[in-house]
Ligand binder design. Structure first.
Ligand SMILES: Cc1cc2nc3c(=O)[nH]c(=O)nc-3n(C[C@H](O)[C@H](O)[C@H](O)COP(=O)(O)O)c2cc1C
Length: 348
């Protein structure tokens, strides 16, 4: 039993594919998210993880255009559930660390410490441009994120007064009460050089994007080694897109249908924003981004899916945040068809 299960939740419209081919109605509404969360919890899943977006990607689908804000979303789901851990995602350009310290402490108290935070530096100038915010150069963005996390950690530690002076923040005699009884987990989801070094120094989780299952065996040890050099440990999560049918041929035909209906306008907007603003998706093709939003393809039959997830576990991955075509139906199928195989493999 080494691998934790999580869901990369459909709190945004049209997840996970940038395509007009949909097998289920949109699942971003809160009621649907709550049903999925409760089902995942009853299956023994450990984590729920949202997407934070302020603007969609246009095209016919306006990919991710409707989205539930992730702090308020987590507050609601934490009250609906009782065991599962739930993350929120914040963009550093939009929030002051004091606001996040207070919101996080509140959620930690509300949930008996089941809340965690994914910190995103920001990468879509289209998104922030609509608010009149200019993203800084990549390295400076991560310097600001590092300062943000350092202040947050200090405020959550209760070691007052907090003082900090940098290009980004001036904090004097800072305090924020209540403090959480344990420090909430902090994740970063960038794979760029800047992201990896900051994560090794300051974060608890690295949520990484990979182009293939095999790449995990190369990337995971590097992340662990970097953290070790900082005298720390960092857990690693990946996000697979699970697409399985009775035969490999049928699974491939379904992928072909998704790709044939790619929303090219939205997919190109997504790709252009990533190319300009991020260093984490340089090896991804348009088809890879369009079919799964950047998630690793884990495809074939249920046995193939179980084998590939087992390989992720063997590569040292700590958690997988699953994405599905139809979260409500596929979660049931996953429980019936894949979880018993993972259990037999000793993975869960
Ligand atoms: C699992 C995962 C979840 C992510 N969630 C979000 C998100 O909710 N909002 C967002 O703007 N970016 C999100 N990203 C993007 C990353 O946080 C990161 O900003 C992006 O990959 C660019 O990183 P880089 O600038 O270090 O290359 C996510 C990435 C991954 C792999």
């Amino acid at each position: 039993m080494s691998l934790s299960l999580g869901l990369f939740m459909p709190n945004c419209s049209n997840m996970p594919s940038i395509s007009r081919h949909n097998v289920a109605p949109n699942q971003w509404h809160y009621e649907s998210n709550e049903r999925i969360a409760l089902h995942a919890e009853s299956l023994g899943f450990d984590y729920l993880f949202p997407v934070s977006r302020w603007k969609g990607f246009g095209g016919d689908t306006n990919f991710l255009g409707e989205s539930l804000e992730t702090i308020t979303w987590a507050a609601s789901l934490l009250k609906a559930t009782s065991k599962i851990n739930i993350f929120s995602t914040i963009h550093v350009p939009l929030f002051h660390p004091f606001v996040v310290a207070k919101m996080g402490a509140t959620l930690a108290h509300v949930s008996q410490d089941r809340w965690g935070l994914n910190v995103v530096s920001g990468w879509s100038q289209r998104e922030f441009g609509m608010m009149g915010i200019q993203l800084e150069p990549h390295d400076e963005r991560y310097q600001k994120t590092a300062a943000f996390i350092e202040i947050l950690r200090e405020l959550w530690s209760g070691n007052f007064p907090v003082n900090h002076s940098s290009k980004w923040y001036q904090i004097s005699d800072g305090e924020s009460r209540p403090v959480p009884s344990v420090q909430p987990a902090i994740a970063n989801a960038g794979t760029s050089e800047d992201a990896q070094s900051m994560t090794a120094r300051l974060c608890d989780w690295a949520f990484i994007s990979l182009t293939s299952v095999d790449q995990a065996a190369v990337v995971v040890p590097k992340i662990r080694e970097r953290a070790r050099m900082e005298g720390r440990t960092v857990k690693v999560a990946v996000f697979p897109f699970l697409l399985w049918r009775d035969s490999r041929k049928a699974a491939q035909e379904e992928l072909d249908r998704i790709l044939a209906e790619t929303d090219r306008v939205a997919a190109n907007n997504w790709m252009n924003d990533l190319t300009a603003g991020s260093g984490s998706f340089d090896d991804f093709t348009l088809d890879m981004l369009a079919s799964s939003g950047g998630a690793i393809h884990v495809m074939g039959t249920s046995e193939d899916v179980a084998d590939q997830v087992t390989r992720l576990d063997q590569a040292g991955v700590d958690a997988i945040m699953l994405t599905f075509q139809d979260y409500e139906k596929d979660l049931r199928r996953f429980a019936d068809q894949v979880m018993p195989l993972l259990s037999a493999n000793g993975v869960i």
